[in-house]
Write a protein that binds this ligand. Sequence first.
Ligand code: FE2
Ligand code: FE2
Length: 392
Amino acid sequence: MPFLAAATALTVAATAVVSAVAVPETLPKASASTFSLQGWATQGGGTSGGGSASPVTVPRLRPAGAPVGWPDTTGEGGREPPGSDSRASTAWVPEATKSRSLVVHRVLHLSDTHVSRTGPDEDGVDGLAALQQLLYDVRYEPALDLVVVSGDIADDGSKEGCLAVRSAVSSFAADRGIPQIYSTGNHDRREGFEAALGWGHLDPDGAPIGRRAQVDGVIAAVSEINGLRVITLDSLVPGETHGALGRDQLDWLAAELAAPAPGGSIVVLHHPPISVDAIPYMKSVVLQEPAALGDVLAGTDVHAVLCGHLHHQLSGMVGEKPVWATPGVVTRIDLTAPSALARGVLGAGATVIDLGGPSSPMFHTLHARDPRAGSEVYVYDPLTGEETTESS
Ligand SMILES: [Fe+2]
Ligand SMILES: [Fe+2]
């Protein structure tokens, strides 16, 4: 169950039959042009059946050997060299988008991949296959500046789970010459996250960008991508399902936001800083003391706060700033279940966020083209945590 920390989760019999994804100790970088959908095709309820799907070739957007940022529409060559301006420690300029206005950005927002050391999550769902299918299905989405993954990357907190996600996302990012940004979630463990992803801000080829916050015990960071400042916060509370931000992290955030960025800012954290009053089991697991974050964000250049965790697309406000929770990759919560129950179903989703236009921020929700979408994975009683059925 997505909201329960691994330490307290009850075992739930998954109705989806899945194939395991073998994750090697050290993953080679994925092929930039091929995603294997083998695990996907063997899952129950699908139409392909048989488990012998052929690898699917993804159109390559950046030819092998081409420089990062290909094509260079500016005629200015590769990436902006470090030290070229006062923001050199965090600045990144994808040359493919460099000629566009600095106030227009597109962000692909993913969350909750829940890939484990052995592949499937605790409910038996193959999050890596879901991620690969989703990335394949968004291959035509134009003019992306970056891809963000807002936590619960590894279902079991393992380095191997994070490496598997990094491999898939890196392939997508490298093809487009865009950076990849990750934040921690309640299922992640900081040591596993850091071993696989560093502080979570990577260039298209996987090298670290930006700067880590000098705040003890958390993995928060900042980078600037084509003028857009991207700040990741660490709301992970080990062993707990809810999230929290300490005073030190909030003070660091306030200092980072003290001066505006050319294209404004986005803040990424796993736990939504909103009160979901109508859905008690969501209300109890979001960010604690959201008003403290709202106070820090007030009057700043932050366009929006991007979150995950709920496996449910949802918008709200924290003070004067919009909050967006993107749908989960591994499963989504189905609100057509009886109100006393929580039902998780298959069906990966993501968001493309447009920033800087006259209607900014604008959130486009995308869904993987999965014939099994809507298939039930679990139903449980949030009050007891016990598996149940809809008719009980
Ligand atoms: Fe999650
Ligand atoms: Fe979560």
